[in-house]
Design a protein around this ligand. Structure first.
Ligand code: SAM
Ligand code: DTB
Ligand code: SF4
Length: 322
């Protein structure tokens, strides 16, 4: 008989790395059954949330994140672009709303914004909010005062990822520490702005690293309201281009474990979908993912064509959140 580790659809903040690793190693069908049950306990499994991304300031980023095409340390031939004007950003949000997105996520390739840049982003947030959309920004490291400025503009979510385990982190980024990232999350938590925090898989990390990432995320109290799980998009010219291929079923396990460890959080199947089969994405949604980025572009890289996504969701009897 297969001995099955205890599934825990309850909300806990004391997951050890070893417990998370046991969860990831659960026999596949048991893990998926438990994750799907937890998903159904907290969410309608037929509904997926759709967010649309816009890169509002592109490239020339001083950080050395080895996965990122926008870093000055990468040689990707990307044309850097200055911060977009507020009305251009709001126009793009209007298009996103017409394309059925409920959340508009604005990303900037900054290490940490100046107060002036935060003021400009606060204006953009207010403009997007006025369209009746949820707003999310990802601007790099943020102080508590800057988080208050964004809160006052009506910001709903701040995205800042831990990316990987504390142990693997130093192989990926050297220009800011894991603690810097935790400090930004804590600064956002001094306000009512909700947290979107997750990571990337497929960077050559071990299963234990994925367990440690999930344990870190689950130790946040409350859990991040949104948990993006990105699969590395391998961009030529970035240091991680050429990383060994990643077993897609490890992605499914990671999503299932995220669902079980943070059962009330929205888990987003984020970057990397262009390289996934429809069947793999279906398995990820079955394992508890309930959000995607819609639109043919992420920040600088490709995302599936919207029509393809609509058709896939239809084939899965799944609707977009109203
Ligand atoms: N500069 C800000 C920061 O790093 O916090 C915000 C933008 S940054 C592009 C947002 C996130 O995108 C990163 O934390 C990382 O998780 C994800 N990301 C960037 N490049 C990626 C890639 N090639 N594949 C998968 N995810 C990626
Ligand atoms: C997140 O976790 N994934 C999004 C969003 N947050 C900002 C970004 C993915 C970026 C993929 C690489 C690119 O398009 O530049
Ligand atoms: Fe800069 Fe963000 Fe890319 Fe890192 S992930 S290089 S901080 S844009």
């Amino acid at each position: 008989m297969i001995s099955k580790p205890e599934a825990a659809p309850t909300v806990r903040h004391d997951w050890s790395v070893a417990q998370a690793e046991v969860l990831l190693a659960t026999p596949f069908h048991d893990l998926l059954a438990d994750a799907n049950a937890a998903h159904r306990e907290y969410f309608d499994p037929h509904v997926v949330e759709a967010a649309i991304l816009l890169s509002v300031k592109t490239g020339a980023c001083p950080e050395d994140c080895a996965y990122c095409p926008q870093s000055v340390s990468s040689d990707t031939g990307l044309d850097p672009e200055r911060l977009m004007a507020t009305d251009e950003i709001v126009d793009a949000a209007r298009n996103a709303k017409a394309a059925s997105a409920t959340r508009f996520c604005m990303g900037a390739a900054w290490r940490s914004p100046t107060d002036r840049q935060v003021e400009e982003m606060a204006n953009a947030v207010a403009g997007v909010k006025a369209l009746g959309m949820e707003t999310c920004v990802t601007l790099g490291m943020l102080s508590a005062d800057q988080a208050v400025t964004l809160e006052q503009a009506g910001l709903d979510f701040y995205n800042h990822n831990l990316d990987t385990s504390p142990e693997f982190y130093g192989k990926i980024i050297t220009t800011r520490t894991y603690q810097d990232r935790l400090d930004t999350l804590a600064n956002v938590r001094t306000t009512s702005v909700k947290l979107c925090a997750g990571g990337i898989v497929g960077m050559g990390e071990s299963r234990r690293d994925r367990a440690a990432l999930l344990a870190q995320l689950a130790s946040l109290d409350p859990h991040p309201e949104s948990v993006p799980i990105n699969v590395l998009v391998q961009v030529p010219g970035t240091p991680l281009h050429g990383t060994d291929p990643f077993d897609p079923l490890e992605l499914v396990r990671t999503i299932a474990a995220a669902r079980l460890m943070m059962p009330r959080s929205v888990v987003r199947l984020s970057a990397g979908r262009t390289d996934m089969s429809d069947e793999l994405q279906a398995l990820c949604l079955h394992a508890g993912a309930n959000s995607i980025f819609l639109g043919d572009k992420l920040l600088t890289t490709d995302n599936p064509q919207p029509q393809h996504d609509h058709t896939l969701l239809g084939r899965l009897d799944t609707q977009l959140a109203p």
